[in-house]
Design a protein around this ligand. Structure first.
Ligand code: ARG
Length: 589
């Protein structure tokens, strides 16, 4: 399917042509086109250009206006204020543009990026043998949307789930399981995620109890960490059991989140074990890292502790153990040199920003990151409770992700049931939709705030039918489906010869802007921009539907067909956009 040139681009081209014939130095200058309330678009670029060319802006603008070809796309262009241009499009251009998009329901005519590259996205990284909490939700939800958005632009995306599956606590766990070998055995072949988690939880508590009360066990456990890092086969086999059991649990949570996580993309901290020694050697030989009190450290001029002393990045501890930094630095080498990435994106809590700042700077000094490879932490803020404090249970514990999702689904199911006043939905339908609405609500609340901000987790607000919620968007989509069903014999069909009402133009111009919004959201890693766009799309549809009858009172057939077409292209855009955010749009609600 050929990409559709957006209305913005069509106008842009015509303006650029007129500009460069009016003024030689205007070649390639951006006319700065924006959507406007006064006309369809306003161009502000002439002011700066006139200043540079020492010309009178209004005169230059008038000259440009006389050079613009009008008729097919531009209906009207006039000078306003000090030298702005107000531009109104023809109705036929709007309808024809949407018709071209409609013919490509999958991409809506959105072009691929000109120079796509390879991006590694590091997201959804829970820790082995630990419950997933609300922080893991943000990384998973934001990361998944960024992956979808990038793939939509044609970027090659490598997903990496950098799970916490390595480190000292495993010594204790492995030693305990080794001494109680049947604790993770299953009676049935099919183990649920919940069972897997409760097994791990039980085991963790028992191991911890031994560790705290039994000195000899403590010694054995400490020795076990060394065996693990040295790759002792038996120790590794026991460790693998933990990883496998945890994965059963992770997959069950990701499934609940309605998110695809593939096994080969799970490359945890342990996956870089073989590279750690070499990473250290390279850093030490190049002088990027130095030995300080036995530890291998990297120092930074601008990173100091509260006492004013420099805080180094510790790549290897004085006892020879490798930490989080060594793993991340090795992962960078793997991603740049083996996976050939141009961009590395880390969807990680803002509280780890200092770690990434130091890791990226170290990799730059070592020459692993350079002008051709960029690294970026997409840092997200904290999830707060209704009271504005970090989200905790009444007992003061971190909130389990699963409990939260279950509650959202429960609330959403109640909303769906309540809305079904005619009792048309079966119990199974209600359950399915409740799940799609509940999970969508949680995802949307997260994605509609810019990632770096904290946000309040407020289920009442999330599942509300009014306001900027996914439920509102899902209802808009389902409503259009119902209109299309009710239209019966009358089918959606574009009529470019028809004049458009104000609400139709506003809706149409916004549908057209999907392409540039999706591109912007992808390049800026900003799903919230797409969320805001979709909310506005649903609002513009509501206004259109209030002002322009589609079925009742029945308009003339051509108008009815055109309005159904406008409705349907809106629905397809909503569907596509929501899918990019990882949110379902049920056909009926
Ligand atoms: N597992 C870590 C946590 O739960 C997040 C890992 C982030 N990714 C990375 N490459 N360090 O906090």
């Amino acid at each position: 399917m050929a990409p559709v040139t957006s209305l913005t681009d069509l106008v842009q081209q015509r303006l650029a042509d007129a500009l460069s014939s009016a003024l030689a130095e205007a070649d390639g200058v951006d006319p700065l086109l924006r959507r406007s309330d006064r006309a369809d678009f306003q161009a502000n670029g002439i002011l700066a250009l006139a200043k540079k060319a020492k010309a009178n802006p209004r005169e230059l603008a008038t000259q440009v206006v006389s050079g613009v070809v009008t008729g097919d796309v531009i209906k009207d262009i006039e000078v306003s204020g000090p030298g702005f241009l107000n531009i109104t499009l023809t109705d036929s251009a709007i309808t024809e543009n949407l018709a071209a998009r409609y013919a490509d329901p999958d991409r809506l005519g959105v072009p691929f990026a000109e120079n796509p590259g390879t991006t590694v996205v590091d997201y959804a990284q829970p820790n082995v043998a630990k419950e997933m909490h609300v922080g893991h939700l943000r990384s998973a939800v934001i990361g998944d949307a960024v992956v979808q958005l990038l793939e939509f632009t044609g970027e090659t995306v490598v997903r990496r789930h950098h799970i916490g599956d390595w480190g000292t606590q495993f010594g204790m766990l492995i030693q305990y399981l080794d001494e109680h070998p049947h604790e993770l055995d299953h009676k049935d072949a099919q183990v649920s995620g919940e069972e897997a988690m409760s097994n791990l939880d039980r085991l963790y508590k028992a191991a911890r109890k031994h560790f705290d009360s039994d000195e000899e066990f403590k010694t054995r456990a400490r020795r076990r960490v060394v065996d693990l890092q040295a790759g002792d086969p038996h120790t590794l086999a026991v460790w693998q059991k933990f990883v496998d059991e945890s994965k059963i649990y992770f997959f069950s949570v990701f499934e609940k989140l309605d998110m695809e996580v593939r096994d080969p993309d799970i490359v945890g901290e342990s996956g870089y074990n073989d590279m750690l020694a070499e990473t250290c050697r390279l850093l030490e030989e190049s002088g990027v890292a130095v030995r300080s009190e036995g530890a291998l450290c990297v120092f930074f001029d601008d990173v100091k502790g509260p006492d004013g002393n420099p805080v180094p990045l510790i790549v290897q501890k004085s006892d020879g153990g490798y930490g989080y930094a060594a793993t991340d630095l090795s992962a960078i080498r793997d991603r740049v040199f083996n996976l050939k990435a141009n961009t590395l994106v880390y969807v990680v809590d803002a509280r780890q920003s200092l770690h990434f700042k130091m890791v990226f700077e170290t990799a730059r000094r070592a020459g692993w990151l350079g002008d051709d490879v960029k690294a970026h932490q997409l840092a997200f803020g904290t999830v707060l409770g209704k009271d504005g404090k970090p989200f905790k249970t009444r007992e003061g514990e971190t909130v389990k992700l699963v409990d939260l999702l279950d509650e959202a689904i429960e609330r959403a199911t109640a909303v769906v049931r309540e809305k079904d006043t005619l009792g048309q939905l079966s119990e199974a339908d209600i359950a399915e939709r409740g799940t799609q609405v509940g999970v969508g609500a949680v995802k949307y609340a997260d994605l509609s705030t810019s990632a770096n901000r904290d946000y309040k987790f407020d289920l009442d607000q999330m599942v509300s039918l009014n306001g900027d919620t996914s439920v509102y968007l899902q209802y808009a989509y389902a409503r259009i489906q119902s209109i299309l069903r009710k239209a019966g014999e009358v089918r959606p069909s574009a009529h470019p010869e028809l004049e458009l009402a104000e609400a139709e133009r506003a809706l149409g111009l916004h549908v057209d802007a999907f392409a540039e919004t999706a591109a912007e959201a992808a390049t800026e890693y900003a799903p919230h921009k797409l969320a805001a766009y979709l909310y506005q799309l649903a609002s513009l549809f509501t206004t259109f539907y209030d002002q322009c009858p589609v079925i009742k009172p029945a308009p003339p057939k051509d108008i009815a067909e055109n309005r159904l077409f406008l409705s349907d292209v809106t629905a397809k855009t909503l569907h596509r956009g929501m899918a990019l955010l990882g949110i379902r749009t049920p056909e009926r609600l």
